[in-house]
Design a protein around this ligand. Structure first.
Ligand code: GLN
Ligand code: ZN
Length: 770
């Protein structure tokens, strides 16, 4: 039996809040996909068990005192929680004993007959969770044994764990609820008590409850839910029940810190990477029985920790509370970082030496816990080694480019503004490129066939020559242009056939970015992304998109849009060095894009779209921090685009229609046309967007590209009429919701002509034929 270090009172314990389930080689992804295409449940179960065991052992060997269990999920931990409390929506058959795998995946992914549950972003991350649907408290009861069986599994291999559950209040606040939330929280807490009792009988001494919602702006009613839930669960008279450890992360608890410190719990975790300022008030206010877990190793980034700084925080806590009441941990679950940097063999060694994935982060946590009380030379050496690597990095010419810094330092306010107002630009643009009212276009990408993906992979591996690959791309582009002309679209796209991913494509062509081999992070279900590393000053050695844009434009007299990814999205979907201020990095990316736009103009491109689908995702969780973010984010976008000539039409695209709280920022982007998602949402949010003073072009998507269903022209006509209630005919563009790359050519060949027909019908109906 492996004996894990337990929290002795003379030492600081090291803990973890969650390990990425997906596996170094994305074993879980492939096992899921095999299962969904007819594989056996036993096979899936075997892979899942093997991953859990491997990760528990890795954490035990790293020397952690607190190892999580039930952090593993086959699809999503929020969905697991819904199943745990029996919240299976009636359309999936409701709760009928324990939920089987088929029902579980139907909830996550839908079936031919039943639509899936909604999915949305987990706080400000790129991880998506399934939104539980809670209707009546009365129907909730324990619906799964997952926490218990995974706790037992770990014990069976000699590893004591701290089971993790999503806290009852955050669970309810993140759900779609109807009716009285207090009643729901009360019932969920009762169900949890049963789960906690079960875990206690199995031997669990601690249980971790994640309550990230404690760091949001909350109403009084919402704040009261915490007392309701925790007093119900914490029956203090019970002997031997598990001690509750509440984990908060992603923001500062601020006004909710006193509430958190006073809950009937035994330990509280604080994210000191995002919010180091909350340590002092927490130390001053912690009641004498409470342990503090200090999240000093960033669970959201891949850069090595500044150990000196982290250690200062840990020692401050130890001085005040004594070592027995302090734990060291990552700032949040490691779900958001890849598994093991040791698997990276092709990265430049000096860069390799700067990164830490989940495994390396846990080593840092353990080292910090030791260093807090022990001052032996081994610990000192390792910290010195860390410090040296960081310092060397700061002056390394590969990460520092004086020319880029000089240019960034000379950015002027004038560079952030277009030459003329929208009204004047519109006239010049209409003169240069006359368009019918309600012009039709698409968002950028055209269908990516299996053959295309094969060719791209073969070209990357050198299995086909560059010339062969480029001939193939030319054929694809030409085919795409002909299709668009025949369909009757007014503004065309080159199709993005050369891009696997909108961020990766540009990152690969800019200085300052690097790529990992195995740096996969779960985005949702079996879908993983591999964000590039933004490690140094960003610059553009040569034009990135001009060649294919020029080629596409040469094939047609209709305008072809240039297609770029905006600076905020480039940052948001990369692992950006943490010691550089984000606004500075964004400005560097923006300057590179600014040059690209000038080159596209030179090549005769008349319309340029700069996509910012991730702008809203980066919005800080606390309302009063948003304006600062929006200021630099919009400035970066303006720096990228404002150099465009008046007669160049600048477009942007965003993958959402709800502009709550960011409407003014979007207006300040001062684009000529914005396209956005609207096919599935109501027009309400758009009406709000329309409001005062928004006169520029707008394309509320009329075709939902996220579904294989092909909408009829009538359906799209109705969508256009709805848009006409909020905007003038001069403003409206007709386009799909998002890029077409996930759709098949068969679907697109049907849907796009429907869309064009809808535009024609509406033009006629309102007497605005071209
Ligand atoms: N231009 C991109 C495309 O069409 C936009 C993708 C996105 O919004 N995420 O694929
Ligand atoms: Zn989109």
């Amino acid at each position: 039996m492996t004996v894990t270090r337990s929290a002795k009172s003379s030492t600081v314990a090291a803990g973890n809040l969650g390990f990425p389930p997906i596996g170094l080689a994305r074993e879980l992804k492939f096992a899921l996909e095999r299962f969904w295409t007819g594989g056996s449940p036993e096979q899936l179960g075997r892979v899942a068990l093997e991953l859990r065991q491997r990760h528990w052992r890795l954490q035990a060997e790293a020397g952690l005192g607190f190892i999580p269990s039930n952090d593993f999920s086959l699809y999503d931990h929020v969905l697991d929680t819904a199943v745990l409390v029996g919240a299976v929506p009636p359309r999936f058959g409701g709760r009928n004993g324990f939920t089987d795998l088929a029902t579980y995946f139907a909830m996550a992914r839908g079936t031919d007959d039943v639509p899936a549950m909604a999915m949305t972003k987990w706080f400000d991350t790129n991880y998506h969770y399934i939104v539980p649907e809670l209707e009546s408290a009365g129907t909730l009861q324990v619906g799964s044994e997952k926490p218990l069986s995974e706790y037992r599994e770990a014990r069976a291999i000699g590893i004591e764990t701290r089971p993790v559950l999503l806290g009852p209040v955050s669970f309810v606040l993140l759900s779609r609820t109807r009716g009285d939330r207090a009643a729901l929280v009360r019932r969920v807490a009762e169900v949890y008590r049963e789960v906690l009792d079960g875990l206690a009988s199995a031997g669990a001494r601690w249980v971790q409850l994640d309550e990230p919602c404690l760091g949001l702006d909350l109403s009084h009613e919402e704040r009261d839910l915490f007392d309701i839930a925790y007093y119900r669960m914490a029956n203090r008279s019970r002997q031997g029940g598990p001690k509750l450890f509440v984990a908060t992360y992603f923001s500062d608890l601020r006004e909710q810190l006193p509430l958190a410190l006073q809950l009937p719990i035994w330990a509280l975790h604080l994210d000191l990477v995002r919010a180091p300022g909350q340590l002092a008030p927490a130390l001053a206010g912690a009641p004498s029985h409470l342990t503090l877990s200090l999240g000093v190793v960033n669970g959201r980034g891949v850069w090595r920790t500044d150990l000196d700084r982290a250690l200062t925080l840990v020692r401050r806590a130890v001085d005040r509370l004594g070592p027995g009441r302090v734990q060291v941990a990552p700032s949040c679950s490691l779900l958001h970082v890849p598994v093991d940097a040791d698997a990276e063999t092709t990265l430049d060694p000096s860069l390799r030496n700067r990164i830490a994935f989940a495994k390396q982060k846990l080593e840092e946590v353990v080292l910090l816990a030791h260093a807090a009380t022990e001052d032996d030379s081994a610990v000192r050496d390792r910290i010195a080694d860390h410090r040296q690597a960081t310092e060397a990095w700061h002056v390394d010419p590969r990460s520092r480019d004086v020319e880029v810094r000089r240019r960034a330092a000379s950015i002027t306010g004038g560079m952030l503004a277009r030459h003329s107002t929208f009204g004047e630009r519109r006239k010049l643009q209409a003169k240069r490129t006359p368009l019918p009212p309600l012009p039709t276009t698409t968002i950028g990408s055209l269908p990516q066939t299996a053959e295309l993906r094969r060719m791209r992979a073969a070209a990357r591996k050198g299995h086909v020559t560059t010339a062969e690959y480029e001939t193939f791309l030319r054929q694809e582009i030409e085919h795409g242009i002909r299709f668009q002309e025949e369909a009757g679209l007014d503004v065309l796209v080159h199709g993005e056939f050369e891009r696997t991913d909108m961020v990766e494509f540009f990152a690969a062509r800019l200085n300052g970015f690097a790529f990992t081999e195995q740096g996969w992070v779960q985005s949702y279900g079996s879908r993983c992304v591999r964000p590039p590393l933004l490690y140094g000053d960003v610059s553009r050695p040569r034009p990135m998109t001009v060649r294919w844009s020029r080629f596409a434009q040469s094939l047609t007299s209709r305008p072809v849009k240039g297609m770029l990814t905006g600076p905020v999205t480039m940052l948001q979907w990369s692992f950006v060095r943490e010691d550089l201020p984000a606004p500075d990095v964004a400005a560097q990316v923006a300057l590179a894009l600014r040059d690209e736009i000038a080159d596209l103009e030179e090549a005769g491109i008349r319309m340029i779209q700069v996509d910012e689908p991730a702008l809203r995702e980066g919005l800080p969780l606390r309302g009063d921090e948003r304006s600062e973010y929006l200021t630099w984010a919009v400035d970066a976008f303006r720096l990228a685009t404002a150099g465009a000539r008046d007669e160049t039409q600048v477009h942007t695209h965003m993958c959402y229609a709800d502009f709550g709280g960011i409407r003014d920022a979007v207006v300040r982007m001062d684009t000529d046309v914005i396209s956005l998602e609207a096919a599935r949402s109501t027009m309400e949010s758009l009406e709000a967007f329309g409001g005062d003073g928004y006169t520029s072009g707008i394309g509320p998507g009329v075709y939902d590209v996220h579904s294989p269903r092909v909408p009829s022209a009538e359906e799209m006509t109705a969508g256009i009429h709805r848009a006409l209630e909020a905007f003038t005919p001069e403003q409206i563009w007709i386009n799909p919701d998002c890029g077409l790359k996930t759709r098949s050519w068969d679907e697109v060949r049907e849907a796009i002509p429907h869309m064009v027909a809808a535009a024609h019908q509406v033009r006629e109906a309102i007497g605005a034929s071209a």
